[in-house]
Design a protein around this ligand. Structure first.
Ligand code: SAM
Length: 384
């Protein structure tokens, strides 16, 4: 194969704080990681790398194929340079397109104007070269084009994932405070869990963290339950290669060596957990129970606990939540000696009520919200 096809430039976006685990996670499937940015990782690889990174990345959001990059100093110049790209080679007559622009620039201050100009440039380019106009479909396009602008630097990408990769396809109903699946997987990777030590989430809501842990432990790729990836609609989609990737993945499932537990105080949440777990059509071997955290008493003598407690902002809730965080701390001290515990929350204030010294704290983004993952090593002894 021509060398150039082995070295296509790609970029995978992820939540801030997950760049390193994202890079490590996709390393086996690509030729080389070339750069870590805030919220993304650049890598090179071939078409198979693109398929596999979409299938296997546990923490990524979108896998993007780089089409072009240039400097631009005005909207007209942006239009001209985007129009120069050979768009007509990419799309079919029946293809639909959508454009999304993210801009951090004093020149390109209005992303809506940029989006319009980029869209016009693509449509005009195809019309000039092939005499047809592609349709615009913002919701479910065949070709979704992402443009990132930083000052004068413009990068043009094609989104190969379609819907974001956290949309795994195993969810039934959504719990109102559920974590997105990619972030949940990121917390597990950041915890350094070895996939054998007993694993607990005693406030599991809809079960995102235990389900992601079980998929990891069984070597089930997170993308295996999706109906579709964006690249499956591309003109040069290689269905044989993709089928081979899926077959290889299914042949590599292993038995889960760890005991995985999830609990929540609300019965309906446990029903949600079981529904999602069943939808994976894979025996995930997770035990879900209705239980209040104050009665959380693991039987193993070591373990990894990841907790994502509520951190609501409604007036009057603070005191209740302070009490809940104190209960979490007391339970960990009393019943989880020799465990590694991790708390993921947006509230620095509430974590003071836990009453434990952090070993490490990592700053992460959950959407636009600043959050932290706090690591507590629970040791034998008296706590003041
Ligand atoms: C932020 S949500 C967790 C969301 C979860 N990570 C997910 O992805 O679905 C916090 C959960 O803590 C549960 N919870 C609140 N108080 C609890 C308690 N005392 N014991 C156990 N669970 C509790 C709530 O029912 C809620 O589902």
């Amino acid at each position: 194969m021509n060398k150039i096809y082995n070295n296509i430039e790609y970029y995978i976006t992820c939540s801030r704080g997950l760049e390193e685990v994202t890079a490590k996670d996709i390393m086996p499937y690509c030729n080389k990681i070339t750069r870590l940015d805030d919220g993304g990782v650049a890598f090179i690889g071939d078409k198979k790398a693109l398929y596999n990174v979409n299938l296997y990345s546990r923490t990524g959001m979108y896998v993007l194929k780089k089409l072009d990059n240039f400097k631009s100093h005005s909207l007209d110049d942006l239009y001209k340079k985007v129009k120069n790209y050979s768009w007509s080679k990419l799309v079919k007559k029946t293809s639909t397109i959508a454009v999304r622009v993210k801009s951090d620039s004093e020149i390109f201050t209005n992303p809506n104007f940029c989006t319009l100009r980029v869209k016009d440039a693509i449509v005009d380019s195809i019309k000039d070269q092939k005499n047809f106009r592609p349709y615009i479909d913002r919701k479910n396009p065949d070709y979704s084009i992402f443009v990132f602008i930083k000052d004068k630097d413009v990068q043009v990408f094609l989104n190969s994932s379609g819907s974001p990769l956290f949309m795994r396809g195993y969810r039934t109903k959504i719990h109102k405070a559920s974590l997105n699946e990619s972030l949940a997987a990121g917390l597990i990777l950041l915890s350094g869990w070895d996939k054998e030590t007993p694993f607990y989430d005693p406030m599991c809501g809809s079960g995102t963290i235990p389900i992601e842990a079980a998929l990891m432990a069984k070597n089930v790729p997170p993308g295996i339950y999706r109906n579709e990836f964006g690249f499956e609609r591309w003109k040069r989609f290689d269905s044989d290669m993709w089928k081979q990737c899926l077959d290889d993945a299914k042949n590599a499932y292993i038995d889960c060596k760890a005991k995985i537990y999830g609990a929540d105080v609300i019965e309906e949440n446990i029903t949600l957990c079981n529904l999602s777990s069943r939808k994976t059509k894979n025996d995930l071997s997770i035990t879900f129970r209705k239980k209040d955290i104050r009665f959380f008493q693991p039987k193993s003598n070591k373990g990894v606990v990841i907790i994502n407690p509520p951190y609501g902002h409604r007036i009057g809730e603070e005191e209740d939540l302070e009490h809940l965080y104190k209960i979490i701390g007391d339970t960990l001290k009393k019943n989880c000696k020799n465990f590694d515990a991790f708390i993921f929350t947006a509230s620095g204030e509430l974590t003071k009520s836990i009453g434990l010294r952090t070993k490490k704290r990592l700053i992460l983004k959950n959407g636009n919200i600043d959050c932290r993952l706090l690591h507590y090593e629970i040791v034998e002894g008296e706590y003041l």
